[in-house]
Design a protein. Sequence first.
Lengths: 514, 434
Amino acid sequence: MESAPHDAEPTGNSQTSIGRTGPEATSIGLIDAELAAELARICGPANVISDPQELRTYECDGLTAHRSTPGLVVLPQSAAEVASIVAACATRGVAFVARGSGTGLSGGALPRADGVLIVTSKMRNIIAIDPASRRAIVEPGVTNLAVSKAAEPYGLFYAPDPSSQVVCSVGGNVAENSGGAHCLKHGFTVHHVVGLQIVTPQGELTWLGDGTGASPGYDLIGAFTGSEGTLGIVTKIVVKLTPIPEAVTTLLAAFTTMGAGGAAVSAIIGSGILPGAIEMMDALAISAAEAAVSCRYPEGAGAVLIVELDGPAADVEAQTAAVRTICTAEGAYEIRAAQDAAERAAIWTGRKSAFAAVGRISPAYIVQDGVVPRTALPKVLDRISELSAEHGIRVANVFHAGDGNLHPLVLFDDTVPGEQERAEILSGMILDLCIEHGGSITGEHGVGIDKSRYMPRMFGADDLDTMQLLRCAFDPGGLCNPGKVFPTPRLCGEVPGVRHAPHPLVASGLIDQF
Amino acid sequence: MTVLSVPAELTSACAHVLPGGPADAVAGAPARFVAAPASTAEAAAVLQAAAALGLTVVPRGTGSRLAWGLSPDSCDLVIDTGNLDQILEHTAGDLVVSVQAGVRLDDLASLLAAAGQRLAVDPPDHGGTIGGLIATGAAGPLRYRYGSPRDLLIGITVVRADGTIAKAGGKVVKNVAGYDIGKLFAGSFGTLGLITEATFRLHPLPESTAWLTVDCPDPASAAVAVQTIADSPVTPSAIELVWPSAAAPLTVAALLEGDRPSVAGRADRLRQLLERATAGLAGADAGAAGEAFRVLSPSSDGRRRPGTWVRVAFWTGKLADVLGAIRAAAESAGLDPAITGSAGAGVLDVAVSEEAVADAVAGFVAGLRASLGALSDGTVLPATASAVVLDAPRAVRDAVDMWGPVQSLELMRAVKEQFDPEHRMAPGRLPGGI
């Protein structure tokens, strides 16, 4: 969970203004009884929520620090209904925000008090599985894991696997260009989407691409995927399916220091092996995980590395041996290997519980999602540790080491005066550190509402201006999820806050967080 | 004959500007001037000058794929990227390289090979520049495993029509900050702006490669072979098909890459799977025991023959139908084209002889599009296949609709309108006047 309050002053660099405010500047209409009645006609009264208490259910997504009660919530059941809803909003100048399962971690689906929230969770038909073409056609509310389950009888799976895959929706995955622990080898959502039916911000249904992955004209699928719900609403998705690997092996290696673990990561990649996933945790993250789920990682570990290899059985066997040799050479004092699903789950337990687990060792925390080039990892981790000491704020490190995607957990006690501010300053400094090393402010969580103020640190005014051209082409009225991704004035209705407890879905054990 | 003098605005913007000659024409459109900036800043100055002068602009690399697509409506200024030839940064440990757009693919490949790495693209002629690669979306057999250039592109620097320099993406493989302008420019044929720099994700250069081939008597058995390879656990890097003429057998080929023992082991497994799968098919030959596989790269013959080149994209499960449709449409038009391409990825290239009469080629393309249209019942997707004429002799260009039907043309026009409101960047190269 990232919990930097949205109104916090940017730290470090001052926020620069951008040349183009984009379509945000246009006036926003109001929801009135007439619009509510029309939406009820479109979706049926049972699928329109206006009761203030019920509306609060939708006040935030997975990033609970940002909250705003939507003006109205609609739950359409078809693409045609979504188109009619958007058209009704567009003609009245009313803003609208799409939401899938609400598991996003950057506030991308944060509603607007003056807008309509369009929830796609009732659109969950798997329309077709074409095993010969290795394609599936699904509605946006279908959960990520449901696609793989439907494809499994054909020996296929849907490769992107965000940690919330049990509940997160494919529509949301498209909006966020979701990755997952295994995107190091298998790629992100954008590498697996070959057709999108969308409702444009004007309320028109249209198809981007034809499911081939090689349709003529501009790559609007590539431009749309990861646009965080600002270019339209997805109503059908054609995805590629991938053959299930013949063999999978998961290794857990314990090192006394982070430096040794990092050296092992570099040596593995340098040897030409491309694992499905390489994950790393530091001592503080391990101790949190032990406290929470008793994962029984090797005692005394300053760092643990989880390496998962997949592919043809003989290759996996050879690569497993090679990775063992490398880890031992780099100082691993214990290596465990999982051969079946149960053993694999045991190794992953600690890693998967890490985010929620820090709640055991800290009253509040901020999670960042910065990325650095893999070779900069040792330097950046050292610097984070120095910054942590300088600011008197603990930082637990849990990250996708293979692609340099850090998830530093900045721990603080918000009952101690000034500690939250120090944590936010440190958090901003970590993002600056990532940018300084040629990295990114977000590897997979998205910019959303949470990191839009950091965009000018990574991109210049002309860069952001150019991105806004795409926005203007799709959404000249500025009604489609306004206020996200790009730095803009504050939204109405948001309440700055801090995460105290895990997201309800995490607490209930429904989803894991990476 | 008038000799054009180069406007002062251009000469002061760029150290290398010359009047255009006959060889500088782009797909038949004569070029008035050619500028060859050596940096992004210089390129921006050139585009600012072009904007001030109201010049139409066509970017050019080595020109190897410059004939692809419709001829531009006009081409006042060619921006040649030949001087943008610097490899900016290769961080081997990160498997990432940043280059200027004019870097040649073969030069880059040599540099990366020295570090045991590669950019996993293999367009048919193995030539051209990085900028051209991105702008045309050119891909070869490796498309099956690694996708097209857009899938490996992680950062881009472009200069817009008005001279504004813009960056998107970055130098890390995992990054979702901001819109992916790189994907938008991939396959844009120069119509949105000039690509000046690009950053790519790299892959290790495999120690060993092997092509395993199977000859098939008809499209149905070729489809079985392709499906067998795709469904197998041997993780092929490419699944290609070659069908030189209607009377010839079809050859299906799988590319295996990796460590030597791994490739040998997987080739052995695949050969057995193919033998089993094609056993009941008369004339199928998965290779004799002594010749388990032989090296063959269907696209290794380098440059394409002159003539008309149609790219057909489709859902791979329809391979047999598509092959049948191509042959049927060709036969009706009295043609016997060669068919090659990435059958496993659903992309085939149809090469029609340059001697073919333009009307016959136009008839073939129209007939093929009608058959491809019938592959989808339209209940979910309006289309599930396309046939694009990428290159053709002048007479054929005049007789055919090069791009054919395109989805979401209005959105594409809106994007063009935002990036190039004066329609000066490679105007008319893409469908719908874009």
